[in-house]
Design a protein around this ligand. Sequence first.
Ligand SMILES: [Fe+2]
Length: 292
Amino acid sequence: MVEDIKVVLDKIEKLPELFHVAVRVAKMLDDLNIDVNQLSRIISLDQALTTQLLKLCNSAQYGFSRKIVTVKDAVAKLGFKTIKSLVFVAISHGILNSAVKGYDLGKGELWKNSISCAVYSRYLAKMSNYKDPETAFTAGLLRDIGKLMIHEYVGINYSNILNTINSEGISFSNAEEQVLGFNHCQIGSAVANKWNFPPILVDTIKYHHNYDAAINEGCEDIKLLSIVHIADSITMMLGNGMGNDGMMYNINLKSLNYLDISQQSASIENLISEMVELKTEIDEMIGIVNGE
Ligand SMILES: [Fe+2]
């Protein structure tokens, strides 16, 4: 069953209500003349968001001795960019926490997978002196949103996708494209573009499984894409919220060359052993937003 991507895209009319606040906050945080009071007021309008944001700011990973009790205080202590990431964490939970049956992901698994990829992306960004580790975090968090849009098509066609992988030796995303007419990267980036996400986030969604195409088609920020591509691969290898497509993607090792990291770290095995250490941070973040 080959679907027309435009037909599927037309069905996804509206930006989920929750993302309106995130996009508004993200746009404000990109504005150099941002007004802290105005930003605090917008976030404070949403009580649940404020509560989760403050809990995240007070988590062990930031290690403040005095408790942060207002959004304004949180912005002053952590800075705009970190607050933007945490707003996305809190808001994306409402969308990414649902079960994604076509990929055999139970409730909470895409969420766990996405948070893991976000934390790994930020770690790799810092390690490789990428200019904006918090944007790497958001890019890692949102790279698989296309799965939400096509899971029913994948579910119906899962055996055809598997057969295509087995007979042609291609990756899951290439088999999706062959069987359905498009893959979760293409639909996810088309939707992100429709929702006016920043172009670099649209690109990381579009190319996170197709590194060669990114280079050939002139992806604007290859270093960011390299970070998200490697973080995605490690997320899958470590099995954090892994669905039926878990190990069916190829990592393009050329991406390591763009990271500008020491020879000692420049192997997937070494990076994986470093990422394992981030489990506490990931579990804490998930626990806070889940209200545990
Ligand atoms: Fe993906």
